[in-house]
Design a protein around this ligand. Structure first.
Ligand code: DAH
Length: 327
């Protein structure tokens, strides 16, 4: 028996495998159910005395282990070096993949959408590449208007009519042109401006735009809606409406929120100017509406207590990982 075992040990060691077929031959040769060398050894065990059976049982089990280890090591090596050699085995447990997280700006976008869907708004997207009419002229910002300076953007050299939108207000025009009131719409997306990058500004940022047109929509509807948005995002918060000017709303206001002992401006809003309604063939004698625009990065700075908006564009995995628990 001892001799036999030594010979088998040598055979296991010397068996050279290159392909998957070699591996199969090796497995069958030693562990095959009927004629495998080790299987037969186990069968022979039954014929010897109990005392010897214990000793040899242990030795044969070790041989079996050697065969199995050789199979495993071949498999793991070739799994990496040559996938073709191994056949697909659905019983091997899969490796776990690390799941990423939703970007904090996308989280706020999703929250905004949730908040507005609850009060009957629909969500629409608009193009980031716009034309002059939708971005400026139809919103009552003619070519010579000084507010064009504040919203300088990126134009196509070959066709200055085409530009990267400076605000999501262009979506108002696109939607109103194609639909009849009443409607309540929210849109969120990227906007572009010719700005120097700093802790507070960037040439690319995100805005949410909301607008509601119906018969007899009033400024108090606007105030209620803004109040609902702010309390949904921040809980109980002190806000104020400050008179302001936008070419596409009349009257216009800016909304400030009281945060850490100071007032912070968070959005612009107002009643849609009758001239804008006329530009999209809506009769201002019958319909009225309000609109508002809010910067997502600005909300994010407050919600997440950050001081520098560049962090949202850096793609620093250490920063982004912190938001994993939030969804
Ligand atoms: N479009 C404006 C901006 O980017 C923000 C804004 C102000 C949007 C008032 C509105 C509004 O819809 O009514 O500065």
């Amino acid at each position: 028996m001892d001799n036999k075992i030594d010979q088998i040990k040598k055979k296991i060691k010397c068996f050279h495998m290159k392909t998957y077929d070699d591996l199969e031959t090796f497995r069958i040769k030693f562990l095959g159910k009927k004629r495998g060398i080790i299987t037969i050894l186990f069968k022979e065990l039954k014929k010897i005395s109990i005392h010897k059976r214990k000793i040899y049982g242990k030795i044969i089990n070790e041989l079996k282990k050697e065969v199995q280890e050789k199979i495993l090591s071949f498999q793991s090596k070739n799994n990496i070096q040559n996938e073709k050699i191994l056949k697909y085995d659905p019983t091997i447990p899969g490796k776990s993949i690390e799941i990423g997280s939703i970007h904090p700006l996308s989280m706020i976008k999703n929250r905004m959408i949730d908040i507005f869907l609850r009060i009957g708004f629909i969500y629409v997207d608009g193009p980031e590449i716009e034309d002059d009419w939708h971005n400026f002229t139809a919103l009552n910002i003619p070519i010579s208007h000084p507010s064009r300076d504040m919203q300088d953007t990126f134009f196509l050299c070959k066709n200055p009519e085409i530009l990267l939108r400076t605000h999501t207000s262009s979506v108002q025009i696109r939607y109103m042109k194609r639909h009849h009131p009443p409607f309540r719409v929210l849109s969120v997306g990227k906007v572009y401006r010719n700005e120097t990058i700093s802790s507070r500004s960037n040439f690319i940022f995100h805005q949410a735009e909301g607008f509601y047109i119906d018969k007899k929509v009033s400024f108090s509807d606007l105030k209620q809606t803004i109040h609902y948005l702010i309390t949904s995002l921040f809980g109980k918060a002190k806000i104020r409406f400050r008179p302001s000017y936008f070419p596409f709303t009349e009257p216009s206001a800016e909304v400030d929120i009281y945060c850490n002992s100071e007032w912070l401006e968070i959005m612009g809003c107002g009643m849609i100017d009758p001239k804008v309604l006329k530009n999209v063939d809506i009769d201002p004698e019958i319909y009225s509406g309000f609109a508002f625009g809010v910067g997502i990065e600005r909300l994010a700075l407050m919600i997440y207590q950050m001081k520098d908006i560049r962090i949202y564009f850096d793609n620093d995995i250490r920063f982004l990982r912190q938001f994993k628990s939030e969804f």
